[in-house]
Design a protein around this ligand. Structure first.
Ligand SMILES: [Zn+2]
Ligand SMILES: [Zn+2]
Length: 458
């Protein structure tokens, strides 16, 4: 036997006690630092929760996740997940504490918060403590299946229980009693509100005594239930009059603005911007709506009579819009990037701004509002790049510079955790699992409050 060969093919078998001890130390260090990072993550989530609850991100960003992605460079999905977990932990103190002590990894906590409620938190915490991250993931998936089944059954039950009973009382009045699915109820409530507005608020605005349309001759203003009854009558009359046809969604929510030309050019100019139903909108809003819209120009004589109606044209022709989408790809507001957007004229066409690619920028609905109505500014610099500014004039960079990290971030974390009396070591987050096979079905049966009743086949 050649000893040289033996040594070279099985270096692992080398009886190097010192080496094993060294690797064990390295492993311990990895485990300890991971626990420290988990504890620090708990603090980070606490800060995010507070920032989110106090709407600190509401400075031109559409959500806390979007702000987070912009400010610290997380990818969009990870940022959303952080915010979700941060919010969930607000009602799950036991899981929050386990993470803060470095006893449960962020991965486990993230999985558990997908299903945990204050009622089931304790049981799921035990799952997190006992199992590996993979066990936890599998149990959470099984748990979700039971939850979803329960949810689907609940939805089906609600749908089945929909009903509207209509009958005549002894005095001839028609009585209703019913149950509608939530989304159907929302439509009814919206229709009643619209009808009530039409009957009472408009009547009020025209100084017509409310309720004169009915047989109500009393001078007392009608009560809310009385108004609702009148509103339901109007909804029924309108449906029969115009035909029962829900229409295309686009038509249902279409908004038409009538605006005087001087107002478009100068928000301070006298003139008006009104919606079709007579409601006024601000000059800034009408400028935004006109920025990317279908346009019909009407000329009036001094008495307000229409002299001439031009053809309906798109402010931004289709070919230019395609080029704009191709160039900008999404909303250009820092940190946004939403795929769908509106063409914003950097210099408004009512001010003589050209409808050309260099004078256009794609902005999502939220950020289009930000630049027209909230004082955010955007300009194109000579080099072609866009520059955004906050309402107070401070620049809003595409991505902010990250804060400096101390030379020894690990030492800083450790010191900070020691200061808070936190005892984190290499075995802090070790699961209690001893290598047994995991039987997910059995675990769910034992743990899930609904599965225990055996209503749900696994
Ligand atoms: Zn615009
Ligand atoms: Zn946007």
């Amino acid at each position: 036997m050649n000893t040289d060969v033996y040594v070279s093919i099985t270096p692992m078998a080398e009886p190097a006690v010192g080496r094993t001890a060294e690797l064990e130390r390295l492993g311990d260090e990895i485990a300890e630092l991971s626990a420290h990072l988990d504890a620090a993550t708990a603090r980070l989530l606490e800060l995010i929760r507070e920032f989110d609850a106090r709407a600190g991100w509401n400075t031109g960003f559409r959500s806390c996740a979007e702000w987070l992605s912009w400010r610290v460079g997380l990818d969009r999905g990870a940022a959303r997940e952080r915010v979700r977990v941060a919010r969930a932990l607000g009602t799950l103190p036991r899981l929050a504490q386990a993470l803060a002590r470095g006893e449960l990894s962020y991965s486990k906590v993230r999985a558990l918060t997908r299903v945990a409620t204050p009622d089931t938190e304790e049981r799921l915490l035990a799952v997190g403590r006992a199992g590996t991250a993979e066990h936890v993931e599998r149990i959470v998936r099984g748990w979700r299946r039971v939850d979803r089944l329960a949810e689907a059954q609940e939805t089906a039950r609600r749908h089945k229980s929909r009903a509207l009973h209509v009958y005549q009382d002894e005095d001839g009045m028609v009585v209703f009693r019913g149950r509608l699915a939530p989304e159907v109820g929302a439509v009814l409530i919206q229709a009643l509100t619209a009808a009530r507005d039409a009957l009472y608020h408009k009547a009020h605005a025209r100084n017509v005594p409310a309720g004169t349309s009915g047989a109500d001759v009393s001078t007392e203003p009608p009560t809310m239930p009385q108004q609702q009854a009148d509103a339901l009558a109007l909804v029924a009359e309108s449906a029969l009059h115009y035909g029962i046809d829900p229409g295309a969604p686009g038509e249902r929510y279409q908004v038409v603005v009538h605006v005087d030309a001087p107002v478009l050019a100068d928000a301070d100019a006298p003139g008006q911007s009104v919606l079709d139903d007579g409601a006024h909108v601000s000059a800034e809003t009408s400028q935004r709506l006109a920025c990317d819209a279908s346009r019909v120009v009407m000329r009036h004589d001094p008495d307000g009579r229409i002299l001439e109606v031009g053809a309906r044209t798109r402010t931004i022709p289709p070919a230019l819009r395609r080029a704009l989408h191709h160039r900008d790809r999404g909303c250009r507001f820092p940190g946004c990037g939403l795929r769908f957007g509106q063409g914003h004229h950097i210099r408004h066409w009512a001010h003589g701004g050209a409808t050309t690619l260099s004078n256009l920028a794609l902005l999502c609905r939220r950020h289009h509002r930000a630049v027209h109505e909230e004082g955010y500014q955007v300009e194109r610099q000579p080099d072609g790049e866009l520059r955004f500014r906050r309402p107070d004039g401070r620049p809003l960079p595409e991505s902010p510079t990250l804060p400096a990290v101390p030379g020894d971030p690990v030492g800083m974390l450790r010191a900070r955790h020691e200061e808070r009396g936190l005892d984190v070591h290499a075995r802090t987050s070790m699961p209690g699992w001893l290598g047994e096979r995991l039987d997910v079905g059995w675990a769910i049966d034992v743990l899930h409050p609904l599965a225990a009743t055996r209503q749900y086949p696994s």
